[in-house]
Design a protein around this ligand. Sequence first.
Ligand code: MN
Length: 294
Amino acid sequence: MSADLERIPGRSEQIGPGSHVTRLLPTRLRRRIGAWCFLDHFGPVPAGAGGMSVGPHPHVGLQTASWLFEGQIHHLDSVGFSQVIRPGQLNLMTAGRGIAHSEDVGESPRGLHGVQLWIALPDTARHVEPTFAHHHDLPQITQGGLRATLVVGELLGERSPAQVFTPLLMIELLGSGDLTEVPLRLHFEHGLVVVKGHAEIAGEPLAPGELLYLPPGRDRLALRVGPDARVILLGGEPFPETLLMGWNWVVRTNDELRAAHEAWARGEGHGDLSVFGDRPRVPAPPLRGPLKAR
Ligand code: MN
């Protein structure tokens, strides 16, 4: 393997009764790629398997990006947005100073398969008003064997409408089986995840379950995405701030984490929770001593 590439194994995490995901960020070897600070790959799970729905839970200091390959999820949040997401669409929730949402898996004959990512907000934006955006018309790029959807950022003169607060890239690459090339920004670091099928990235075979990390310093990437395969390419400027990630909150200090924890327990600080009716809030796990910011 080329000396600058890192192959990072994902790990299985239980997120609910009988529900497992592959967590690819953060890992012991790699905490982030740019401001991308969390990446779960879930499914494919068969229709009616249940267990993947999540009741009202809070977020602070981040954006959540949901992207599906199969199935659908209904998002409802404490700012008042209610939105069903389907494959090829981006749900981008900006938690800012605090939001809560529920995510419910709808019935679909094809089951559920997708990724959820978190983007750390920089200090200058982490206290913004919470909001939500749904993007169903993202740029499609077909050029020289490259078949891609531009989810976040800029590529080959196209720009995604998704609003982010640091320089970032997310594209979904669809397989053609041909050798192709993606231009990269020299100062970005990048990561690739195969969600289905097989791919060859810079000469390296890659299959689901691993993240391939590329440090800054490349201006192009040669890849071959197998027919029927799908690959997610993430990129970003290395994120210079240290973060403290506790449960669903991305903050800077243990005092901030404790304040968020206490506010959620009281039903405060995360928007208008009356939108969830009498559905119980997901309780935060107990705080266990100070966490280390990294
Ligand atoms: Mn969430």
